[in-house]
Design a binder for this molecule. Structure first.
Ligand SMILES: [Zn+2]
Length: 397
């Protein structure tokens, strides 16, 4: 590297460092930045000036003076750049345009029926072009959240059982067609990363995340960092809770998902109900995430007793899985999220109780059990923030 190039790189590193600190502190003055980053006050003043000229940082009033001139506080300009978070679901594509602070600027949902990867790319180009027209060319990139095994380093969806996709280079396909940076993540990892940014999980260093819906996902944080060292870490839905049990979407037997996914619950209600209306509806409707939720809602109306029995059994299966996770990881914090929270009254407290009572010795005593409060946007916020990190806070060499 020439000394001119290394000087430029050093400047970029320092600029990213300052930006990161302004971002994390929300409202910090130049002198405090110099202390925090160990850069000279002159360097800080110079680089903050550049960040302000770039439109990335703005001055936002003054702090109380401790003698002398009142220090001017700096903050990130959240709308300078935007990032797209996209969730590829079963039967739908969810797009959210986030500002730099993770607030949703706008969102779009497209219903698709068994779309191929090429169709998904085609739909995505349309959304990105529309948003570029409406919001200008300041979109940093696209974060993609998808179920299954994902190799984030190569942007490849290795295997998504729920979508029926194998070895799809979605990162390359989207970045070529949309001309923008793309990061592909497992959806539960994206969900968990969002909890670290905007949820209560940021107060804890060891966390277990479980997501319940059409699939059962999971993620793990160790020492304050999301544990994603290899694709497939945290596939809690495929832990076995029964030997020679039900067949799972992954082809194995006895997985948790085969007992407590929407598909499994709808099937259990169908097998146990005597309501002819429910039986007819089930037989005539194609199974999608939305239709399975609608079926369970309808069943709750038409045959609440059967639904209660099914969810009671579900709470024990979920509680057993939580107990196993607590025994293995002894987390400080355990969060449950996902679309199934819509039915949480029917199972969640029972599942937490079961885990508390059955965990090894007192391992569950200090676990904080929590429920997601971020909702739907959490799925795509995590991967969108990975885009923001990679484009603004990391240094390209
Ligand atoms: Zn499985």
């Amino acid at each position: 590297m020439t000394s001119k190039a290394s000087k430029k790189t050093m400047k970029q590193i320092n600029k990213s460092l300052i930006l990161r600190n302004i971002y994390d502190c929300t409202g910090i003055d130049r002198a405090s930045l110099a202390k925090l980053t160990s850069l000279s006050p002159a360097t800080v003043t110079n680089l903050v000036g550049e960040l302000i000229r770039d439109g990335l940082v703005k001055e936002k009033g003054v702090a109380r003076s401790t003698g002398g001139r009142k220090p001017i506080l700096l903050d990130v300009n959240p709308l300078r750049y935007l990032a797209v978070g996209m969730k590829i679901g079963v039967g739908y594509l969810d797009y959210t345009l986030f500002d730099l602070l993770g607030n949703a600027v706008t969102a779009d949902r497209i219903t698709v029926d068994g779309a191929s990867p090429n169709e998904v790319v085609g739909r995505t180009i349309e959304v990105i072009e529309k948003w570029r027209g409406e919001h200008g060319d300041n979109i940093l990139g696209i974060g993609v959240a998808v179920s299954g095994l994902v190799d984030t380093s190569r942007g490849v969806i290795r295997n998504s059982f729920l979508l029926g996709w194998k070895d799809v280079p979605m990162g390359e396909m989207l970045s070529q067609k949309c001309g923008t940076k793309t990061i592909v993540m497992n959806d539960a990892d994206s969900f968990a990363f969002a909890q670290f940014l905007k949820g209560r999980a940021r107060e804890y260093r060891s966390c277990v995340f479980i997501t319940l819906g059409v699939g059962i996902g999971g993620a793990l944080a160790v020492d304050g960092k999301l544990h994603t060292s290899s694709a497939g870490v945290g596939e809690f839905g495929h832990m076995a809770i029964a030997r020679n049990g039900e067949i799972c979407s992954c082809g194995s037997r006895g997985c948790l998902e085969a007992y407590i996914s929407f598909d499994a619950l709808a099937n259990q209600v169908h097998q146990q109900t005597s309501s002819s209306e429910l039986r007819k509806w089930f037989n005539q409707t194609k199974a999608t995430e939305t239709s399975e939720m609608e079926y369970l809602e309808l069943a709750l109306e038409k045959d609440p007793e059967t639904v209660r029995v099914v969810f009671r059994e579900m709470s024990i299966n979920l509680g057993t899985a939580m107990k196993n996770l607590i025994n293995i990881f002894a987390p400080e914090y355990l969060l449950v999220g996902g679309e199934a929270l819509q039915f949480s009254k029917l199972f969640l407290n029972d599942a937490f109780d079961y885990a508390r009572k059955n965990a090894f010795l007192g391992l569950a005593d200090n676990v904080v059990f929590d429920v997601d409060e971020l909702g739907e946007p959490a799925w795509s916020l995590g991967c969108a923030f990975r885009i923001i990190e990679s484009e603004l806070f990391s240094v390209k060499r």
